[in-house]
Design a protein around this ligand. Sequence first.
Ligand code: NDP
Length: 330
Amino acid sequence: SRYFTIGDYPQGTPQRELFELHETELPALEDGEVRIRNTWLSVDPYMRGRMSGVKTYVEPFELNTPLEGGAVGQVIESRDARFPMGAKVRHMAGWRDIAQVKGDTLEALPTLEVPEQAYLGVLGMPGMTAWTGLHLVAEMRDGDNVLVSAASGAVGSLAVQLAKARGGTVVGIAGSQEKLDWLEAHAIKAVSYRGKDAGQLSADLKAACPEGFDVYYENVGGVCLEAALDNLRLGARIAVCGLIARYNDDVPSAGPSNLDVILIQRVRMQGFIVLDHWSQYPRFLEEVGPRVANGEIDYEETIEDGLERTPDAFLKLFEGTNRGKTLVRL
Ligand code: NDP
């Protein structure tokens, strides 16, 4: 098995050299264990938090120990009758080509007519996050005007489409022309934040949706949050899903200068972690799965080929050079 480790917790944006590739001979399977050939690995922004050496809502990665992450693969050897040879599974032993884990940590892949890697993206953790934030946390209602930051990413691209299907004006903030074009092709009003201060971004959001927003789906923080606050309607709800603009900060940056909007507009702002809502995954799959399978919901992927490219795929999340769900194909 080949796998990645880190030898140190990085300061600031991680460098490519941080990630070390190793090779090891796996021991024979014990009772209850399964060996899997991973076919797809997921890279996700939350992994940066696990590289900081402090416990947040998950434990930090252990140094010099195989990194972990979402993965999909096929069983190649099994001592757990629930997962026979050839079974397709999802699990958390990513960042490696061959995984050997307890059967209890595996999920059989659902059987919708979608490519298997969709269960790491639009129908996996990021998709479930979009649905949870919009419906369970922000309690979006039909006709609500919705603003989404990092709107063309794995989470954002589903959030905007789910919101659009419910009738209001949907505006997405994104960083590059290709991302803005993708949003507009899906009838989402697109606004770039690149090179703008909060005042400029706020004016652009106002132009895109003069009535203001009922829901802000927050993935970024920084100027996006400040500009969004300026454009909220009375009783708006903010689902705080992520704050990626801060993940590489060594020193926490100051919060928005216009926080008084929360008071004046009676805004509810709530953070959430998708894992707390995982019992709802079957409901999500039932609602969203068929719409992905029949093409009503679209999704993009950024694919890196080969295990050695996993760190490069991960770093793209912070460079913004990814689109849709970022994956490694083995
Ligand atoms: P994405 O696919 O959206 O990739 C990250 C994107 O973030 C980049 O493409 C880039 O897009 C944008 N970005 C990166 N750095 C910055 C920056 N400094 N300022 C502004 N934008 C930046 O990732 P995901 O969809 O997987 O995750 C989106 C968010 O959701 C993250 O904040 C993540 O932590 C959070 N999340 C939270 C979960 C939860 O349970 N609460 C679960 C899963 C994800 P662009 O070019 O448009 O700037």
